[in-house]
Design a binder for this molecule. Structure first.
Ligand SMILES: *[C@@H]1O[C@H](CO)[C@@H](O)[C@H](O)[C@H]1NC(C)=O
Ligand SMILES: *[C@@H]1O[C@H](CO)[C@@H](O)[C@H](O)[C@H]1NC(C)=O
Ligand SMILES: *[C@@H]1O[C@H](CO)[C@@H](O)[C@H](O)[C@H]1NC(C)=O
Length: 265
């Protein structure tokens, strides 16, 4: 069975020793970084995508649910339950690292709200809500994405996006947002890689050389076309072999957390 590696960006200062060493080893073996095998997004092609930043550094992705609410992964929030003042939500970015982009909107956040059942060890129920302290101005570059109420069927082609980087020498991906289509994989097929999975997670991908990777954590997996587009997944983990090794990746199953993300429970 594969172990899981969460997609939090490697950071000497914020990652605990155990998790950090796993990530460091993996990154040493595989320094390709960012969404692996994707292509550049057009500017503002994914206006629902945000960059979650810690004192200016991109650490995770997230999805705009409303002018005040952002969906992300619990493992992106867990280190900030006392230090959330370090966090900024950056919306309207194309190159997240370029703070001179005119469409960028930067917001402080309130204390993150992590799903009660989040398991820090097994990385299950990996869901977090961030609320910004001042509403985002919604416009063509900054838009909300509806939540999927039904999980996507196996075989559905969905789109993952992110600014994930990785490089053991500290070089981060500083380019434009990357996009990658990933096909939903059934839970039984995914369980061949990870062992028993619960409904908190959906799997996608499994194509060698094409995957989400470190720093894509918390970011969107959107399914459907036109007005039926919805947020189906929140990037959570890749297999213990590393990114893009031909094993499906895990996304928080947004439909399963619908009530949590709509704040009803
Ligand atoms: C990851 O690293 C291994 C070993 O260097 C390499 O063979 C493989 O192609 C890399 N994977 C990707 C997706 O770049
Ligand atoms: C940053 O954004 C500004 C404004 O769009 C642009 O003029 C500049 O070339 C960008 N710099 C980089 C390094 O992308
Ligand atoms: C990715 O999926 C979208 C939506 O299904 C589709 O419009 C697009 O053509 C796909 N792109 C690629 C490169 O397959």
């Amino acid at each position: 069975m594969q172990s899981k590696i969460i997609l939090f960006i490697f950071s000497l200062t914020t990652v605990d020793i155990c998790r950090g060493s796993i990530l460091f080893r993996t990154e040493t073996e595989n320094s390709s970084g960012k969404i692996v095998g994707g292509t550049d997004a057009k500017p503002h092609e994914f206006p629902y995508q945000i960059s979650l930043q810690d004192r200016g550094w991109h650490i995770c992705g997230g999805t705009i649910l409303s002018d005040v609410k952002i969906a992300t992964a619990a493992h992106c929030c867990e280190d900030y339950l006392t230090t959330w003042s370090d966090l900024r939500v950056v919306a309207g970015a194309h190159v997240a690292a370029n703070s001179s982009e005119p469409n960028q909107q930067r917001r402080s956040v309130n204390r993150p709200r992590i799903y009660d059942g989040y398991d820090q060890y097994y990385k299950t129920n990996d869901a977090c809500i961030l609320t910004v302290t001042e509403p985002l101005e919604l416009n063509p570059a900054v838009k909300a994405m509806p939540l999927c109420e039904v999980e996507p069927a196996p075989g559905t082609v969905c789109t993952a996006t992110g600014w994930g980087r990785t490089n053991p020498d500290g070089i981060r991906w500083k380019g434009p947002l990357q996009k990658l289509n990933m096909t939903i994989v059934s839970r039984p097929v995914c369980e061949r890689s990870y062992g028993p999975l619960e409904e908190d997670v959906i799997c996608a991908g499994g194509v060698f050389g094409k995957d989400i990777c470190f720093g894509d954590s918390g970011g969107p997996l959107v399914c459907g076309t036109g007005s039926s587009k919805c947020l189906a997944g929140v990037a959570s983990y890749v297999s213990g072999m590393g990114c893009a090794q031909g094993i499906p990746s895990g996304f928080t199953n947004v439909a399963w957390f619908y009530k949590f993300f709509t704040n009803d429970g």
